[in-house]
Write a protein that binds this ligand. Sequence first.
Ligand code: NAD
Length: 658
Amino acid sequence: MANISKIGVVGAGTMGHGIAELFALYGYKVILSDVSEEVLKNALDKIRWSLDKIGSKRGVPGLADMVLANIESTTDLKYLASSSDYIIEAVTENVKIKKEVFKILDKHSNEGCILASNTSSIPISELAEGLKNPGRVIGLHFSNPPILIPAVEIVLSQYTAKHALDTTVKLVESIGKEYILVKKDVPGFIVNRINIRIFSEALRMVEEGYPHDLIDKAFIHRLGFFMGLFETMDLVGLDVVRNVLDEMVKRGFEIPKLKIMDDMIKAGKLGLKSGEGFYKYPGPGIYSRVSNPPTDDMYSIDITRIISTGINEAAFLIREEVSDHKSIDKAMKRIMNLPMGILEYADEVGIDIVIEKLSSLHDKYGDPHYKPDALLEKMLKKGYLGKKRGRGFYKWIYGEEKFGPVNYYKHHDYALIKMNRPDKLNALNEEMWIGLRQALEYADEDPGIRAIVITGEGRAFCAGDDIKVMGGWKDISDAEDFFHNKAAPLLTKLLEVKKPVIMAVNGLAFGGGMEILLFGDIVVSSDKAEFSVPEVLIGAMPPMASTLGLLLLGRRILPYCLTGDRISPRQAKDLGVVDIVAPHGNFWQIVLEEVEKLRRAAPLGIIGVKKASNAIKLLAMSSLNIGISELIRLSQTRDFKEGMSAFREKRRPKWEGR
Ligand code: NAD
């Protein structure tokens, strides 16, 4: 890097003072300018306050004095220009003001001095135009607060020279930041373009009647966002968001007008700075973390709908060669502090689902920005659907196996085990019990697998034991063979499995199909699912629900074991059989959110929980054996045979009591 020791920072507002502090902290000499001594004093006070905090945290007394000694302030822009080796402009987001500043900088700075702009929305090319040397102008987009956000966007204009880029990269690295290269000067660059889409969709949902705090809860508690979208908008300031948006719209970015935002700005509800935005704060600028505890209704929010709009924007940026998938995800993770990249998210839920969401929004609202980007359509055509095909924006490990009527899919780091007898509602015949065990063992032994999901093909999860098979038993040895050699080994495996198991109840779960849920670690149910343990209605009994079920859930399961009454998903949740009830339309995305949560958790911690909880469940094994023996005994009675026949003949059974 051509000897850079003096950094000029023009504008000492929110961003300028933070940028000055950052460079001074890294030992650079900084000249900070603004239009008045008062603004500069205010900026230096803020820098001192922040450095005092850092100093006391790091145990460095006198840090503020040391760092502030590196900062010189001035209202003389020409002096700043002529004395700096690298200049960062951070004045008000107004193209006229910025162009004037650049004119002065261009005229009075040394030849080799790079001129960077921190603008959020004004094209760098527009700022460079008309200057003596537009090649030295570049975008260097810090996010607020510059000290804390670990990455910046470096934006190339159509004129930016290679040496301006090289110098900027080295400079950025010298202050410990990562960078994301924005190869073309599109309005809003990467992060703001994607954010604006996501924020706007969330706002649209509020206009449709969804409470903003519910949307925030969904993002925080389901996706692991550090902060909700509306909380973020409050912190940034609605006027700032609006301003960036307006500047982008002026330059051809298409987005529908959102009335709610204008109404709030008109009412002075700008966010934290005014004391009220979407949330209320103790006073203007007085921050207190919004309390947004999880609630069951947060699952009603279609998160994928909101993120799909950002994914569509990202697809545009890739197709236009502004950036690539990895850089976009890095930007969203490092700058927005998202727990995952939005294109990783796209690959997780599937490109087909993203397109489906966008198309239905396009049909509903007709806004052109909802039209799925050509890149997404191309991916769909090629079958690049994401993890479920081994290829999406990224490449993933993919595998398929068959264990009798059970299909096994390796989706990179989780196993999807699908009972596949949809015409028989995935009833548990001998092959199904065996296949499930084999698939489970296969997943458990694969070191690359972090979580196992069990679900059913078609409209049912599992209708329980196959009545046809049970009705065909000739004597007790058939029943014993079925339970001891086919069913019990799966149950034992379920009690030993080292990996966490998610039961994804996509539809009806009856009898054994409901009972095996007791062995799962997380049970997600579609709100269209139905549950029951109706064995007594066919002369049998539920061996797992009346033993393990009673031990795990308490006596409230007993009435259902005794009556065979139907159980709704909500009732199943109240009973403790189900953990999450998901709207059917977003059921699968919510299952995948649980996979992602397991992925985020510490692997050794998960092993510990599994070992401990399996040991507790194993304590129930002896009672489970009592249940199985009881069922085997029942299978030899006349009532059992009558129950089976009546079920097949769709008539009411007549019980003899023997
Ligand atoms: P701000 O209004 O807080 O500060 C701008 C400062 O520039 C003011 O102090 C103003 O007096 C000063 N100024 C105006 N004309 C000047 C001139 N001719 N010479 C010197 N100083 C002058 O604005 P901000 O939020 O700090 O934004 C600054 C830039 O950073 C904008 O381009 C904005 O888009 C961008 N940005 C802002 C954020 C954010 O979160 N606030 C984030 C990233 C980028």
